[in-house]
Design a protein around this ligand. Structure first.
Ligand SMILES: NC(=O)c1ccc[n+]([C@@H]2O[C@H](COP(=O)([O-])OP(=O)(O)OC[C@H]3O[C@@H](n4cnc5c(N)ncnc54)[C@H](OP(=O)(O)O)[C@@H]3O)[C@@H](O)[C@H]2O)c1
Length: 322
């Protein structure tokens, strides 16, 4: 099969488009003939092994464990492991695992669901990490309620475009923060208010939000907390990827928030069938639609990763296979 391969940690320049063996599913895995994959910031972190923390999470300390990266994918089941009970050859599915930047990939059945016929392979591949992160941030960590006022910093990227739509489906009032070129997009997916971060600082808007979802936490936390009402919740999911900054913010952010009478949360999304099915239902009911900003061929995957690594992707970036 054709795939995007690497043997060491490094930038997208080390990736090679070449022939390799088709993977064989383990007992609990399904083998997918990949139709589409999507690119997440996680992919370039796994590619570089940076922050170092990621190497400790099972990706390999000195050498990468996975030669083929790519977490989110959709396609058709070609074979199943002996313990798989929910899928059969020919099923159209989407889910998350590792190895999606290739013609074939194996993922555990527990991280895949059936793709509805109404959903394209590209739309389905766009969902897993970004969609589930947005859902768990708002519903579980933010405890978002109808009519609450939520601010989403970084509203035009992968997580942001899902979060705006999920929040609107939950009945919230949404302020979306993005750069000027993306204001129209964020408005078109339902944001009630917009702030262009290249012109205005959201913490100076004079509004006190119930919840802030920060996908681009590059500002001192004290500024973001000052835009929250007392008791409000700040959820930081993205920002600096420097190990020391992550470590310091894990220690000091909750202390600073406590002193100011606010709460902070951060988490790693848990991708599973229940959450994928929840988002699938929202899509089938027309409540949300993935925003696909760019699409690339498999051979062009290194460019797609480079683009996501800029931190300014518009919606989701998708890899389409023949
Ligand atoms: N904890 C988890 O489980 C988890 C899961 C998924 C993602 N993440 C993290 O969450 C972050 C967002 O992920 P993503 O997939 O949405 O990334 P993405 O698609 O690359 O989107 C990033 C967004 O941030 C915006 N942005 C960049 N600089 C900004 C600034 N200074 N102020 C406000 N917005 C700014 C960009 O908008 P403009 O183009 O308009 O600048 C872009 O829309 C990443 O850091 C990722 O690693 C964490």
């Amino acid at each position: 099969m054709q795939a995007i391969l690497r043997t060491t940690y490094g930038s997208s320049d080390i990736l090679k488009f070449m022939e390799t063996d088709k993977p064989v599913p383990k007992d609990n895995q399904i083998l997918i003939k990949v139709s589409a994959a999507s690119v997440n910031p996680l992919d370039w972190h796994v590619l570089r092994g940076d922050p170092f923390l990621i190497r400790l999470m099972g990706f390999g300390i000195l050498k990468p464990k996975h030669k083929i990266i790519g977490a989110d994918m959709s396609g058709t089941v070609e074979a199943v492991g002996k313990d798989v009970t929910q899928f059969k050859t020919g099923d159209e599915v989407f889910g998350s695992g590792m190895g999606g930047f290739a013609e074939y990939a194996c993922i555990p059945e527990s991280r895949a669901v059936i793709k509805p016929a109404s959903m394209s392979f590209e739309q389905a591949a766009a969902v897993p990490i970004a969609g589930v992160t947005a859902l768990q941030a708002l519903r579980d960590h933010g405890k978002l309620q109808s009519r609450q006022h939520l601010l989403i910093n970084g509203a035009s990227g992968g997580v942001g475009t899902f979060a705006v739509q999920i929040a609107k489906a939950m009945g919230a009032e949404v302020t979306g923060v993005c750069s000027g070129k993306n204001l129209e997009l964020v408005k078109s997916i339902g944001a009630d208010h917009l702030i262009d971060y290249t012109k205005d600082d959201f913490w100076l808007s004079g509004t006190e939000y119930d919840l802030i979802l920060d996908n681009a936490a590059f500002n001192p936390i004290s500024k973001s907390l000052s835009a929250l009402r007392k008791g409000g919740i700040y959820i930081g999911i993205g920002g600096s990827s420097d190990t020391l900054s992550i470590f310091l913010s894990m220690i000091f952010n909750p202390l600073i928030a406590k002193m100011k009478g606010r709460k902070v949360a951060s988490f790693i999304a848990d991708i599973n069938q229940t959450e994928l099915s929840f988002i699938k239902e929202l899509m089938e009911n027309g409540k949300i639609e993935p925003v696909i900003g760019r699409s690339y061929t498999l051979r062009e995957t290194p460019e797609a990763i480079k683009y996501v690594e800029t931190g300014h992707a518009r919606g989701k970036v998708v890899i389409t296979l023949d």
